[in-house]
Every structure is written in C-alpha cells, then in structure tokens.
Ligand binder design. Structure first.
Ligand code: PXP
Length: 257
C-alpha cells in the first residue's frame, strides 16, 4: 500500500480469526469475512501470514481473499521454495518476507537480511519481476536497512516488538527512538517504511506519530478487541487513534501514491 504524504495506513492482519477457527476445525469464524468487515470499517489493506505449518491461515483463505475483498493483499511468508511458487502463482499485491521458526508463538524477530543478501536477492528478484511489491521484515537496525537497500526491494517493515514489550517508560522511549532512526535511514535509502508487531490500542499512537511511516500492520490486538466489540468497532477505533496521532504531527511520510 502506498499513501499520500499526510496519511497513515492500517493493514489489518486477520490471522487470528483463523486461529479461532482452527482451534475447533470448524468453518467459522471466517477470516475472509473478517477482512470484508475490516474493509467496510476503514482498513487500507489486509495481511495474512501463510505459515509453513498452516497453524491458522490456510491456502484456501489466501485463494478466496482477492475475489471477496477489494483491498491490497499483503501475503506474509517465510522465504521457502514452496511459498515462492505459491506467491508467483497468486501474485498478491505485496509479499512481506518474515523469518519463521515452528516453535515460536509469533514472529519473534526480524529477518537477518545482512547475512543472507545473496539468496534473498535471487528470491526477491523473481517476485519483483512478477510485479509483486516486496517488503522485508527487519529489526530497526541500520545494518539491516543497508542490506535491504542493497537488495533493491521497495519496502521495509520495521519490527516494533521490542517497543511493544518494553518493561518501563525509559526503555520504551529508547525503542521508539530506534524505530524513528531506522525509519529516517530507510527513507534516505529510498524505501517505503511500514511497521508492525505487538501494536495495540495503548501503544499505537507514538508509532503512528512517526511521520516517516506509511503503514502499520496490526493483527492480534484488533482481533482480541473484536471478540468483545465486534470487528468493525475494533478496526475503526484503531484507525481513529492512528489518524489522530498523525494529524497531531501534521503528516508527511515522504511517500506518494
Ligand atoms: N507484521 C508482521 C511482519 C508480522 O509477522 C506480524 C505478526 O504476524 C504483524 C505485523 C502483526 O503483529 P500483531 O499480531 O502483534 O499485531
């Protein structure tokens, strides 16, 4: 997704609607329906993570989404041969490459792009040639940003997990500065900057106020809120908080449509 200078975009990750469904092997709740409601409620894009172990989102969900939801689809995936072939077949709007370990509860850290420039370069080249916008999910680390720029993909997504998990205000400010610095470096390197992981209704505004960021991808907190208040309220409230924080900063993410 690309936005105008003053915009902050919300990509809604619907993985955990599928988590609830897979817990009982039922056909409901349907993550595609959740994506449709998210669209009506103001989401700017939909993200699904097709994990290697298929613990939540299934291949059939990814296949059904484009016909049912008229928003850019961001397919998160590990850089495996199987998912490469699938992405080339499906041609989603965007692919975000993430590290994956089967034992982890969620994506625990960013990709080590710097240590894998050559294989990632080849992997991304085929996706880019197919017209897919490629994003690499990294920790907010200058070394990784340089590596992403060297590969020549258009987007970087900064991992906000350490900010979200900060145990005191001082650490939180430090992690926020790290994200801000990484965003500035990424913009200078010509990258669009997205961010996500662990963002919720209490911590989103400081991140949304960083004017170099184009899009925040948020899942768990929105689906958790939806259990009590419904999907539409959960999405529109998150978007409202983000827009309010951005408006307070006067906008300007250095990116145009
Ligand atoms: N961005 C990326 C690349 C992710 O892997 C995830 C988790 O799947 C998210 C954003 C969303 O994180 P959360 O569910 O904590 O909002």
């Amino acid at each position: 997704m690309m936005g105008t200078d003053a915009e902050i975009l919300l990509g809604v990750n619907v993985d955990h609607v599928a988590t609830l469904r897979q817990a009982r092997g039922t056909e409901y709740p349907d993550p595609v329906l959740a994506a449709k409601i998210a669209q009506q409620a103001g989401a700017d894009g939909i993200t699904v993570h097709l994990r290697e172990d298929r613990r939540h989102i299934q291949d059939s969900d990814v296949l059904r989404l484009p016909g049912k939801v008229d928003l850019p689809l961001n397919l998160e995936m590990a850089a495996t041969a199987e998912l490469h072939a699938m992405a080339l077949r499906l041609r989603p709007y965007e692919c975000c490459l993430v590290p994956e370990r089967r034992a982890e509860l969620t994506t625990e850290g960013g990709l080590d792009v710097a240590a894998n420039i050559e294989p990632l370069d080849d992997y991304c080249a085929a996706l880019l040639e197919a017209g897919i916008r490629v994003s690499l999910f990294i920790d907010p680390d200058p070394v990784q940003i340089e590596a992403v720029a060297a590969i020549g993909v258009p987007i970087v997504e900064l991992h906000t997990g350490r900010y979200a998990d900060a145990v005191n205000p001082e650490q939180r400010v430090l992690e926020l500065r790290r994200i801000e610095d990484a965003a500035t470096r990424s913009i200078r390197a010509g990258l669009q900057v997205n961010a996500g992981h662990g963002l919720n209704y209490d911590n989103v505004q400081s991140v949304a106020g960083l004017t170099d960021l184009t899009c925040l991808n948020i899942g768990h907190a929105i689906i958790a809120r939806a259990v009590f208040d419904g999907m539409a309220v959960a999405v529109s409230e998150m978007k409202r908080l983000m827009v309010k924080a951005r408006q307070a900063k006067g906008g300007g993410n250095g990116c145009s449509r």
